[in-house]
Structure formats: structure tokens, C-alpha cells
Design a protein around this ligand. Structure first.
Ligand code: FE
Length: 350
């Protein structure tokens, strides 16, 4: 009588605790089947669907531990090789770089599956890879900006837009990575001149997330901003008429000129350094690159698949998918993150 009750409450408590703290994963013997311990900083509907489909197809259970990006890295780092993590998932190459530097990953070519991922979207030694991409682009007022005047990110620093630019704060990794890419492409001096110009164009002190910048443009508080494309698509595809109306007042501009291409970042994953279930973990990582998973990221999270041949049903995403990505390895975003942060500090971009 008491044994099943004990098991039930332990399992329940474990599920609750796993969200915030390390909770010892059930061993293979206990569950009687293979398991993979996935530590993720993502909490998207697409991922839940991918995990469920993976277990159904392979019989491998997923023990999911969720935490926010920086906390997740810190936790696996503190546990070191004793960490039960098999797989670590997070967003932004800047974070993946920090995780790699902290020794969280080991290299794996995933039995050749990693060859499918473009060279610019994975760690040079195969320690992590992007399984979906996001473009950081210019959002502008459809009413007050003539798109024929737009060229690229440099416009945000142009004095003619004084008092018309909204930005989120520099402590967010998305803007850090964008500036890190500029350091990589144009050098530190040019990147600093750009950041300085943007600061002079602020319509208000940096605040809010990406969606808030879109709302601010719609509300007439500013005319230009930087956003990751999926925030815009989420609003544009919303069933809430007010939210959709905000997106309708805003258009995205994807820089594609001789000198400047669109800044692209990744959602990424890697095999944990001390993975106790290495084989199952590699099968899971390969599954993130399967047609079914790639399609789920495109249809449910509005991210671009890394496998270009993948077909998906999301006309809003397909409509903006034709752009040129900047030709640098996303690992460079992490390498230049320190330089980018120092620039933000020097130019007074809080
Ligand atoms: Fe995001």
C-alpha cells in the first residue's frame, strides 16, 4: 500500500523540484528503459512536441531540467563531470560559447549527422551546433519610414534618426551578439562608432524585450528598433486582434547589401562533457536535425530550420526566409562578447 504512494509522491516532488534545482534523474533500471537527461534553457511549445515525438519513436525517455540561460550554464558548470546532464540546450551563440568555455561540452559528429549543419552555424570542433536560426533585423514603422531609405544596421546610427530609435538594454545577449558580429566584420573602432551613434538616436532609455520595441513603434514612441524575427511573427500570427494590429503597423528590414548581410544567431545544443547516457544523447541530438523536428521549430516557434531542404507549413516565415546571412561563424559572437560589452559601457548604452 505505502510503496506505490511513496513512489508517486517522490516522482511528483522530483518533477516540481527539477524545474529549479538538481533532481537526481531516475536510473535506467528504475524506469526499465533508456533515458536522456536534457538540460534546456528553452521553454517553447515546439520543444515539448519534439520531445514527445522522440520518446514515441525511440522509446527513450526524456528527463527534462529547465532553467534560464545563464543559470543553466552555471549549474552544469558547478556540478562538473558529476553532472547528470547528457545534453545542454540554450539560445544564442554567445551563451553556447560561454558554456563551451566552461567545459560543458564534448565533441561529437553525431555519427556524421552534423555534416548537414552549415559550417557557420556550429562550433568549429563539433562541441555544439545550431538546430534552428533567428535573424536580428530592423523593425520600422510602416507609416513613418520609407523602406527605400534603409540600407542596413548603420541606419540606426544615422543622425537623421535622432530621437527615433528604440532599443533594449545592452545586458541582453542578443544585442551583445549583434555588436560582437560587427566587431568581427568591421573591427572594434567601427563597432564603437556605430554603438555611439545609436545611443545618440535613442527615443527613450533602453527598456523591455524585443516585443516591447515593436509595441513602442506601433504606439508612435519611436520609428526604428532591433528585434529577433520570431517575436514579430509571433505577434503577426497572434489571434489577439490588438497584438496583431501592433505587428501590422511595423515591417521588418533584412539587411542585404554588398557590404552588409543579415545578423543570424542560433538555438543550439551539445553533448554534455560527462554525459552518462552518451549513446541515447547522440540519438536525441540527431533527432533535433530530423525533418520532423526542424519542421516543428519552423511551424511552432517561427525559427528558421538549419537544414535548408526541410519543408514546413508557415507562410509568414516562408515569406521572409529569402535573405543573405552574414558569412561569419557564430562562434565569433562569443569570442567578441567581452569587447562588445566594453563598447556598450564606453558609449553609455545601459
Ligand atoms: Fe528570444
Amino acid at each position: 500500500m505505502s510503496l506505490p504512494r511513496l513512489l508517486t509522491s517522490t516522482t511528483l516532488a522530483c518533477g516540481l523540484i527539477a524545474i529549479l534545482t538538481a533532481c537526481a534523474p531516475r536510473s535506467d533500471q528504475e524506469v526499465g528503459e533508456a533515458v536522456v537527461n536534457v538540460y534546456s534553457a528553452r521553454h517553447y511549445s515546439s520543444d515539448a512536441q519534439v520531445y514527445a515525438a522522440f520518446t514515441e519513436e525511440t522509446g527513450i525517455q526524456i528527463n527534462l531540467v529547465e532553467a534560464n540561460g545563464d543559470l543553466l550554464i552555471e549549474r552544469v558548470k558547478q556540478d562538473g563531470l558529476r553532472s547528470p546532464a547528457d545534453v545542454v540546450i540554450t539560445v544564442d551563440a554567445g551563451r553556447l560559447y560561454r558554456a563551451e568555455q566552461a567545459g560543458l561540452f564534448q565533441a561529437s559528429d553525431l555519427n556524421g549527422a552534423l555534416d548537414q549543419v552549415p559550417a557557420t552555424l556550429k562550433h568549429p570542433e563539433g562541441k555544439w551546433f545550431g538546430f534552428a536560426t533567428r535573424a536580428r533585423v530592423i523593425a520600422y514603422s510602416a507609416e513613418r519610414i520609407d523602406p527605400s531609405e534603409l540600407h542596413g544596421y548603420e541606419d540606426l546610427a544615422d543622425p537623421k534618426y535622432r530621437g527615433r530609435v528604440c532599443m533594449r538594454s545592452s545586458d541582453n545577449v542578443y544585442n551583445q551578439s549583434l555588436l560582437a558580429a560587427m566587431v568581427e566584420k568591421q573591427g572594434e573602432e567601427a563597432a564603437e562608432a556605430w554603438a555611439n551613434g545609436v545611443v545618440h538616436n535613442f527615443a527613450r532609455p533602453p527598456q523591455g524585450g524585443d516585443s516591447d520595441q515593436i509595441s513602442a513603434i506601433a504606439a508612435g514612441q519611436c520609428d526604428l528598433a532591433l528585434v529577433n524575427h520570431y517575436y514579430y511573427l509571433r505577434m503577426a500570427r497572434s489571434n489577439d486582434g490588438d497584438v496583431k494590429a501592433q505587428a501590422d503597423a511595423v515591417t521588418l528590414f533584412f539587411p542585404t547589401s554588398e557590404t552588409e548581410h543579415t545578423h543570424v544567431n542560433v538555438s543550439g545544443a551539445g553533448l554534455a562533457a560527462g554525459a552518462p547516457h552518451r549513446e541515447a544523447a547522440e540519438i536525441f541530438l540527431q533527432y533535433l536535425l530530423s525533418d520532423k523536428s526542424q519542421r516543428a521549430f519552423a511551424e511552432l516557434t517561427n525559427e528558421f530550420p538549419v537544414i535548408e531542404t526541410v519543408q514546413y507549413d508557415n507562410p509568414s516565415l516562408a515569406q521572409i526566409a529569402d535573405f543573405e546571412s552574414e558569412p561569419i561563424n557564430v562562434n565569433a559572437l562569443g569570442e567578441n562578447a567581452g569587447t562588445a560589452q566594453r563598447i556598450f559601457d564606453r558609449v553609455g548604452w545601459p
